[in-house]
Design a protein around this ligand. Structure first.
Ligand SMILES: [Zn+2]
Length: 301
């Protein structure tokens, strides 16, 4: 398709490493299916026993209806990105319990909308949390007030995220790609992080829209990722072509509610993803989606 002609500087940089990247992608695809079946077999047999091997990171896109909540977990560390609406809080608590997560190193609140921070209020009040990472922005809602109150009451340190920052929890390495300064729209203040583990990579975009996407592309930072968490629940205001070309994902995950009032995912976004033959996984169709990476391959489990 057109993807090789677009993406500006980043694409050109990628072309220089073209051969090794193509090799990596071929390796990724050939081993993906084999590992998928092996891991499904293992996980069906030992579903309750979710202890991970030393080099494994589990990435879980929780089904929190129209909202978003993603847990990154290694054997010893955990990072929670967003917590869905308040009414889905039990989904997160149950999953943390099932996964035996008793301490979360970082809770990343991408931005203050209720479909991202609502469920975090209960998580922050009932689970040990090392630090809350959030953008430098406030929001005039009861949900945001409650969110701030619980952080203050529990005396959890707050870290304001800026593009260029790094967040590390054991083998979970995150690079903050956005936000830059102050943005006109709250969605564009979303904390965007890219996780690199060995040769595998994931991009988590919150509700970042086209303005933030443009800045990320022009920043020259590495956006290329195997898995893209599609911005703003598949809204047409995100996943612009230039951004998608820079990320060039193999798999796109969309967190959204069935028959949601916004018409997400918008058909323009679906067409953009489909035109690049990207595998699309949706929480409204599949429920909670789990992936595991050992730094070489990513398996859907
Ligand atoms: Zn949202």
């Amino acid at each position: 398709m057109e993807r090789n002609n677009k993406g500006g500087g980043i694409r050109k940089k990628q072309e220089k490493q073209g051969i090794s990247q193509r090799k990596q992608k071929a390796f990724f695809f050939t081993t993906l299916l084999v590992l998928m079946f092996a891991l499904i077999y293992n996980f069906l047999g030992f579903r309750q026993e979710l202890a991970l091997g030393e080099n494994y990171i589990m990435v879980t896109f929780l089904d929190v209806g129209q909202g978003e909540s993603i847990l990154l977990r290694s054997n010893a560390h955990a990072v929670l990105i967003d917590g869905g609406e308040h009414r889905y809080r039990q989904v997160i608590l149950d999953y943390l319990h099932l996964s035996d997560v008793r301490h979360i190193d970082y809770v990343i609140a991408t931005h203050p909308h209720s479909d991202h921070i609502g469920g975090l209020i209960t998580v922050l009040s009932s689970v040990s949390v090392g630090q809350v990472v959030m953008p430098d922005v406030t929001h005039n809602t009861t949900t945001f007030d409650n969110f701030v109150s619980v952080i203050e009451n529990r005396a959890i340190p707050i870290r304001i995220a800026h593009a260029g920052d790094s967040i590390q929890a054991g083998i979970i390495n995150l690079k903050v790609l956005a936000p830059y300064g102050t943005q006109a729209r709250l969605n564009d203040m979303s904390v965007v992080v890219r996780m690199e583990h060995g040769q595998t990579s994931f991009l988590f975009t919150g509700d970042a829209e086209s303005a933030s996407e443009r800045q990320m592309v022009s920043s020259g930072m590495n956006l290329s990722s195997n898995v893209l968490n599609v911005g703003h629940h598949g809204s047409r205001t995100s996943t612009t072509e230039i951004f998608l070309n820079a990320v060039s994902p193999d798999i796109a995950v969309i967190s959204l509610g069935r028959n949601n009032q916004f018409g997400h995912p918008h058909h323009e976004v679906m067409e953009r993803l489909q035109s690049q033959n990207i595998t699309i996984l949706r929480t409204d169709e599949l429920g909670t989606i789990q992936m595991i990476t050992n730094g070489y391959v990513i398996a859907i489990v």
